[in-house]
Design a protein around this ligand. Structure first.
Ligand code: N01
Length: 556
């Protein structure tokens, strides 16, 4: 079916190939995959720049991450107003956030509002899963094949897939034999799920697991949490935003976004210029108490300059955080199970919590240490560990994602030489600026591998604008093809590796270093899986490429 379609299409195209960037024989100038935060803004910018563009989205609505992750308790853990779009003053003025850290339903409402306000829905094709993307050298375009068998052609393909959009289930025997209900946090159904009176198992204690556990613990009859490695969690300290506070936030948007541009990770919290041991012990503890009582990622992103790079400073902070856990949990044995021993505070993603630790003081909540009693299998009735069977009505898999490359892997992406991107990346993960890959001309990625972590919407806006400028550069010069030079890719990759140097996080197994024990081949850390430098150093590099006329890229 696919081959036959491709042959007909190629013969049609060969008689109609255009010499200019714009080619009315192609369905679109640009196709974007994904209608999340990246895709929506990309569509908006492309339209403003006069391109014929559309989004292909496999879901039935907009929102991306916030469409799929509808699990109980899902919410921002960066301040709502700093984690939304900044490009439209009108939008900033119109939208009122109800909480400092908005919940998933509110976030989804916001993204739907944005899509509606900017009339984006008309160019989004929902329930359109792209299964194959083939670059066609002769026609200088991408040919996409959708799950329903139809094809779409475009000069340029932009992936706006999200870095955490390919959920992974654990490789546990019998996982399909369970007779009760089971859910993955990243694939949560739209229909309401009730837990009242039910015995529920949660597997996984990352950010999604923590948000789910603390939310449902009060509703379920019994909750059994299966924990492999504990994470360091910090208090979210969420609260409502009233009218006056929202007005004040609106009045300060400009200054707040300026702080985001100047902070290392794009957040509103900036690193304290002092070293941990440059202050007295009393000052240190008092600063940490202040941060612990502050909102969101303050204790992670707004701490002393060396806590995430100097092991001794990090140990001191980890001890502070461990004591906080001990103070909050009644049973000392449970407290010790919840204190990470294999990594220091902030070296993996810090889940933000609201009374998460107190959950384990509830009589209906049990914590199972999978290091002591590993899961052997899922049975029709529940979870079997080396110590016995836990019978439950519902299993929640909060077991994470095949990060960054996983969402590309699900599409058979073939470049100029016919090589599959999945194979290419299994042995050689290099990009140019996280935007392009050699041999995959006219494929542009929003936040691909080697891209920035931190405040995603801030990074997304920057990358979308950078990509749009590149396309305007091409269109105005009638350039039809773009690919990075090999030397540019090498220079960028060396830069990425150099920036991976000092952070302790790079020496720890996590999705951020490319590890997922449930995915074959993702068992070794990848240096520079994500860009370890600051927002400023990333932008400086990208800006210099644009200002220099994109000399690192080969156009034709
Ligand atoms: O996934 P994770 P997540 N047997 O990979 C465990 C973002 N996010 O969905 O640590 C048993 O962090 C695994 O154990 P271990 C955020 O960036 C944002 O929670 O590998 N357990 C771990 O405990 C975050 O970092 C928000 O030993 C298994 C858990 O499952 C990212 O998404 C909210 C297992 C997976 O944790 C991912 O978070 C939520 C197995 N076979 C998430 N396999 C916001 O609020 C895995 N685990 C913005």
């Amino acid at each position: 079916m696919e081959k036959a379609q491709l042959r007909i299409w190629v013969s049609l195209m060969s008689t109609r190939t255009s010499e200019s960037f714009i080619d009315s024989n192609l369905d679109y100038d640009v196709v974007v995959i994904g209608a999340g935060i990246s895709g929506l803004y990309q569509l908006y910018c492309l339209r403003e720049a006069g391109f014929r563009a559309c989004i292909l989205e496999r879901g039935t609505g907009v929102g991306g991450t916030w469409y799929w992750n509808r699990y109980p308790g899902a919410r921002f853990d960066s301040e709502s107003y700093s984690y939304a779009y900044s490009f439209s003053e009108e939008l900033l003025e119109e939208w009122n956030w109800s909480e400092h850290f908005a919940s998933q339903p509110e976030i989804l409402r916001y993204l739907e509002y944005v899509a509606d306000k900017f009339n984006l829905f008309k160019d989004i094709r929902f329930s359109c899963e792209v299964t194959k993307a083939q670059y066609m050298e002769e026609e200088t375009c991408w040919q996409l094949i959708l799950a329903n068998g139809s094809t779409v052609s475009a000069r340029i393909l932009i992936t706006a897939l999200g870095i955490l959009s390919e959920p992974t289930f654990p490789n546990i025997e019998g996982i399909n034999s369970f007779s009760g209900e089971s859910f993955h946090t990243g694939l949560w159904p739209k229909t309401p799920v009730t837990f009242e009176g039910k015995n529920v198992a949660v597997i996984g204690t990352g950010a999604s697991g923590v948000q789910t556990i603390q939310e449902i613990a009060h509703e379920v009859r019994n909750l059994t949490v299966f924990q492999r490695r504990p994470n360091w969690c910090a208090p979210l300290n969420n609260s409502d935003i009233d009218v006056d506070e929202m007005n004040e936030i609106k009045a300060n948007y400009k200054d707040m976004f300026a702080i985001c541009s100047e902070s290392h990770g794009g957040f509103i919290w900036t690193v304290d210029p002092r070293g941990t041991f440059e202050v007295t012990a009393a000052e240190r503890v008092s600063f940490w108490e202040y941060l612990y009582a502050s909102r969101g990622m303050s204790i992670w992103q707004g701490n002393f300059k060396d806590v995430l790079s100097d092991p001794v400073a990090n140990k001191e902070l980890s001890d502070f955080m461990a004591n906080k856990i001990r103070q909050r949990i009644h049973d000392p044995e449970v407290a010790e199970l919840l204190i990470p021993k294999d990594h220091g505070f902030g070296t993996r993603r810090v889940p933000l919590e609201t009374k998460y630790y107190e959950t384990y003081n509830q009589p209906n909540v049990d914590l199972i240490d999978l290091n002591r009693s590993p899961i052997r299998a899922i049975s029709p009735k529940g979870v079997i560990t080396s110590e016995g069977e836990y019978k439950v009505d519902t299993i929640i898999y909060a077991t994470g994602f095949n990060a960054i490359t996983g969402s590309f892997d699900r599409i058979d992406i073939r470049g100029a030489s016919g090589q599959a991107l999945k194979e290419e990346w299994s042995s050689h993960l290099e990009t140019f600026l996280s935007v392009q890959v050699p041999d995959y001309p006219n494929l542009l990625m929003i936040n691909g591998p080697q891209g920035l972590g931190g405040n995603h919407p801030r990074n997304i806006e920057y990358s979308v604008e950078w990509v749009t400028s590149l396309l305007e550069h091409m269109k105005s010069r009638n350039l039809r093809r773009v690919e990075p030079s090999i030397s540019a890719v090498q220079t960028w990759s060396e830069h990425v590796r150099a920036k991976s140097g000092s952070a302790l996080a790079n020496k720890i197994d996590s999705w951020m270093t490319g590890i997922n024990t449930n995915v074959p081949g993702k068992d070794k850390r990848v240096v520079g899986f994500r860009y370890g430098g600051s927002v400023q150093s990333y932008r400086l590099f990208c800006d210099s490429v644009a200002k220099g006329g994109y000399k690192e890229m080969i156009f034709s």
